[in-house]
Design a protein around this ligand. Sequence first.
Ligand SMILES: Cc1cc2nc3c(=O)[nH]c(=O)nc-3n(C[C@H](O)[C@H](O)[C@H](O)COP(=O)(O)O)c2cc1C
Length: 208
Amino acid sequence: MKVLGIAGSMRRNRNTDALVGAILDVMTRIEPSFEADVVHTADLDVHPCRVVCHEAHCSVERFRCSISDDVGGVLDRMVEADALILAAPQYFRGPPAGFHTLIERLISMAYFHETAGHPAEGSPLLGKPCGLVGVCEYSDPQLILEYLRDVCALLSMNVVQLRTFPYLGVGAHGAVDQDEVFRPLDRTAELATGLIDAARAYRARGTA
Ligand SMILES: Cc1cc2nc3c(=O)[nH]c(=O)nc-3n(C[C@H](O)[C@H](O)[C@H](O)COP(=O)(O)O)c2cc1C
């Protein structure tokens, strides 16, 4: 089985990466057969959706885009994975532009195809289990977790929630090893076990 983390920070080896790494560590410790991989959006060549080209491209064929960059490769890795982790820090009230540009492209392709009259059921991301990580410093990580939940809704993926606060996913406020409110490092273990169960069920179903 495969799990893919998408780490949306522009900085390597900081809070977002630490939480994605902690979740993947627990998953591979519990289930050594899991292949863990991480996409760092800071390393990607990703361009914004052009929108005006959709009638000749993604409206006709789902996830076919007129732009040649790294989005197609990331999508292929998402489709191959049995579980995903979407992780983003907050930059000026929203996610980093590099992360959101990737998300905008993925959602645009799915949206234009569906609104051109094709059924949503054909999506290769339908029902994909997805854990969420939202990181901030002085704001509320709930904002980023809600943004990530909407991303999953727009891509027809299933959010793997926590049974404990903040429920939607791992939230972090400030340095992850000092946050006594959101307790992000404790929550990574809970999310990891939830993702393992969801990935097994997803694989057993063979689809959504
Ligand atoms: C450009 C920039 C903008 C930021 N804007 C916010 C913000 O609006 N609210 C907030 O709580 N933290 C903000 N922060 C702090 C980051 O969310 C915080 O440092 C987080 O840990 C960054 O993730 P990283 O450690 O993985 O790089 C900002 C940081 C940067 C670099």
